[in-house]
Design a protein around this ligand. Structure first.
Ligand code: HEM
Length: 194
C-alpha cells in the first residue's frame, strides 16, 4: 500500500462527513453547521496520530508505532486536508449564521490555520533541510497551537448540557495525549525517521 494512504484516508473521511452533514442537516444553516462540526471532529483522531507518533515509538516501540512515525508526514498532511474541508464548511456556516462572529473570536482559529498552512507547505524533506532548526521550532510550536485550539474548543463544550459528553470525551483524549508526550520526553530521544 502506498505510504500516502493516511492522507487519502483523512481526505475521504472529511469529505464523507461533510456530505453527511449537508444531507442530514434539516435546513441549509444546520447542514453547514453539522458539516463544520463533523469535519473538525473527524480531524481530531487524525491530528492525534501525527501529534503522538514520536511519543508512542518511544513509549511502546513496536512495528505499528514505527510505521506511525514513518508515515507521520502523511498523517499531518491528512489532517491539513481534513481541516481544509472544515474551512470550507466554517466559511459557509459562519456567513449563513444570522448572529455574526466577532473578529476577536476568529483570531485563535485563524492563527491555528496559519500554522496548518505553514506546516503543510514545509512538510517535505527539502523544506526540512532548508529550514534546519527552525523547521523543528515551527512544527513543534504549530502542533501545540493546534492541540490548544482543539482542547479549548472541546473544553468550552463541557458546561453546555447537549455537548457535555463529546466535550468531556475529547478533552480527556487531548489531556491524555499531552500526558503521553510529557512521559515520552523523559525517555531517550529516537530519530524522527527511524
Ligand atoms: C477561524 C477559524 C475557525 C472557525 C470560524 C471555526 C468555526 C467552526 C464552526 C462554525 C463549527 C461548528 C460549530 C457547531 O455547530 O458545533 C466548528 C466546530 C469545531 N471546530 Fe472549528 N473553526 C475554526 C477553526 C478551527 C480550528 C483551527 C480547529 C482545531 C484546530 C477547530 C476545531 C473545532 C472543533 C473541535 C469543533 C467542534 C467539533 C465537535 O463538535 O466535535 N476549528 N468550528
Amino acid at each position: 500500500m502506498s505510504r500516502t494512504w493516511p492522507t487519502a484516508f483523512a481526505t475521504t473521511a472529511a469529505l464523507t462527513v461533510f456530505a453527511a452533514g449537508l444531507l442530514i442537516g434539516g435546513n441549509t444553516l444546520e447542514g453547514w453547521g453539522l458539516a463544520a462540526r463533523w469535519t473538525a471532529r473527524v480531524g481530531f483522531p487524525i491530528f492525534l496520530a501525527a501529534y503522538l507518533a514520536s511519543s508512542l515509538v518511544k513509549l511502546a516501540p513496536a512495528p505499528w508505532s514505527r510505521a506511525l512515525l514513518r508515515d507521520r508526514r502523511w498523517w499531518g498532511l491528512g489532517f491539513a486536508a481534513s481541516h481544509t474541508v472544515h474551512f470550507v464548511a466554517l466559511v459557509v456556516a459562519t456567513s449563513l449564521n444570522p448572529e455574526p462572529r466577532s473578529i476577536a473570536s476568529l483570531i485563535p482559529g485563524g492563527i491555528a490555520y496559519v500554522f496548518i498552512l505553514l506546516m503543510a507547505l514545509t512538510s517535505s524533506k527539502a523544506a526540512m533541510r532548508a529550514l534546519g532548526r527552525n523547521w523543528k521550532r515551527l512544527h513543534s510550536t504549530g502542533i501545540h497551537v493546534i492541540w490548544l485550539i482543539y482542547t479549548l474548543a472541546y473544553a468550552k463544550r463541557i458546561p453546555v448540557p447537549e455537548t457535555r459528553l463529546i466535550g468531556m470525551t475529547m478533552t480527556a483524549l487531548a489531556l491524555t495525549a499531552l500526558a503521553l508526550r510529557l512521559a515520552a520526553r523523559r525517555k531517550r530521544p529516537v530519530s524522527a525517521f527511524a
